[in-house]
Write a protein that binds this ligand. Structure first.
Ligand SMILES: [Zn+2]
Length: 414
């Protein structure tokens, strides 16, 4: 990174110290190339040299009829054109600010022959007013390119990603995918990362965005953490797995809220803020604003919902033969008894019903019928990928992992 910046600085120094004469030479050399780019002979499927070409943007209040009227078409002709193109071109959809091109004949009084409307970068629409009036749409071909970047975390992850030329929005997507393994607020300056993506382009040149994350690597607390998406048979969404096919999520989320403050931990003896006496606190209190969504920390079945004077509105979920969790003081319950819930699903909203001084969730956790402190449990991870999927998965990630490793190596050498 540092040597890279040094090279840029050197370039700047050389450039600034260039004599005026040298600059002129550079400009003269660049010129012919630029002209060729500006004046292509063919565009939109037309030989532009055969026309007077006018490029413009739609102004507010302008429309096809007005454009035609300005080019000497009379009311009957306009009516006829609109009727003929209306099945393939929505006349009302011409929007202010969008580009259009007019092709006019090279006669003494030029006649408007073709209008090309460009609603977006994906393609264009042609309105041909010559003999057989008609309209059609041309979509540019879409292509995908794979790209792998590597860098060091310097400030936020999104800024570091942007610094390496990728969409900074990838940081949020990755944070979600790696949430079970990495706390994205706990990176250290200089931690390395690499991301491999498939990017979408229109016409091979216009960048549309990231289509898909192919894999990622993070150096985290001195360890190498890899993640790759893989869609197993019958699944709609790909799950992330590590380089050995181990699923990157645990059976339980770390907390039932996305953002929170732990206000009271599990304790055999704490001073109760409402009852004003010492008693066991068999839960962990997570404070958050009233109405914040509460998530079930693991998949399971709702075995109880209800309201008591102490618990307020609560939901209890059985996850398997061993584990059960409960969520108290809800302002709103959003599940029914008997309902199946998936990990991370919203089951209610934060409130302060029952014995509570302010909005929070009291999260209770049972292991084999005994209330325990979830923060102190060594919780099970999810299953390893099915053995039948593993060879296919490993073959799929091999080139991606290699691209990531090579990129990190390249970055280290620079
Ligand atoms: Zn509590």
């Amino acid at each position: 990174m540092k040597s890279y910046q040094l090279i840029i600085s050197l370039f700047l120094v050389i450039f600034i110290s260039c004599s005026k004469k040298e600059k002129e030479v550079a400009i003269a050399e660049a010129k012919p190339k630029k002209e060729a780019e500006i004046k292509p002979e063919f565009a939109y499927g037309f030989s532009l040299n055969e026309y007077h070409v006018e490029r413009d943007t739609i102004e507010r209040g302008d429309n096809l009829s007005l454009i035609l009227a300005r080019h000497n078409y009379d009311a009957t002709e306009i009516h006829d054109i609109v009727a003929k193109v209306k099945d393939s071109f929505d006349v009302r959809k011409m929007k202010a600010g969008k580009a259009f091109t007019l092709l006019k004949s090279k006669e003494t009084i030029p006649k408007l022959e073709v209008l090309i409307y460009e609603p977006d970068q994906a393609g264009f629409q042609v309105l041909d007013f010559r003999d057989s009036i008609h309209a059609y749409t041309v979509n540019y071909p879409v292509s995908y390119k794979e790209k792998t970047i590597a860098g060091e975390i310097n400030g936020s992850l999104s800024a570091s990603i942007q610094n390496e030329g990728l969409d900074p929005g990838l940081a949020a997507a990755l944070a979600k995918r790696f949430a079970w393994t990495i706390d994205f607020f706990k990176f250290e300056r200089g931690d390395k990362f690499a991301i491999s993506v498939r990017e979408k382009y229109i016409n091979d040149s216009i960048y549309v965005g990231t289509e898909e994350i192919l894999g990622a690597y993070f150096e985290y607390k001195g360890k190498d953490v890899y993640g790759f998406p893989y869609k197993r048979a019958g699944e709609n969404e790909a799950q992330f797995f590590d380089e050995n096919g181990q699923q990157m999520r645990t059976m339980f989320l770390k907390s039932p809220l996305k953002y929170f403050t732990i206000t009271s931990k599990f304790s055999k003896n704490r001073f109760h803020p409402v009852q004003k006496r010492f008693k066991a606190h068999n839960g962990t209190d997570y404070a958050a604003p009233h109405g914040t969504p509460i998530m079930t920390t693991a998949s399971g079945v709702v075995i109880e919902t209800g309201r008591t004077s102490g618990n307020g509105n609560y939901v209890k979920i059985k996850h398997d033969g061993m584990y059960t969790t409960q969520y108290l003081h809800m302002s709103k319950i959003l599940v029914r008894r008997g309902q199946s819930v998936a990990q991370g699903q919203t089951i209610g909203k934060v409130g302060s019903t029952g014995l509570a001084t302010g909005p929070h969730v009291c999260y209770r956790f049972w292991k084999n019928g005994v209330q325990v402190d979830p923060l102190k449990q060594k919780l099970p991870t999810s299953l390893i990928m099915d053995k039948s999927d593993l060879p296919n998965y490993l073959a799929q990630i091999k080139p991606i992992k290699k691209a990531i490793d090579d990129k990190i190596q390249e970055k280290l050498e620079n």
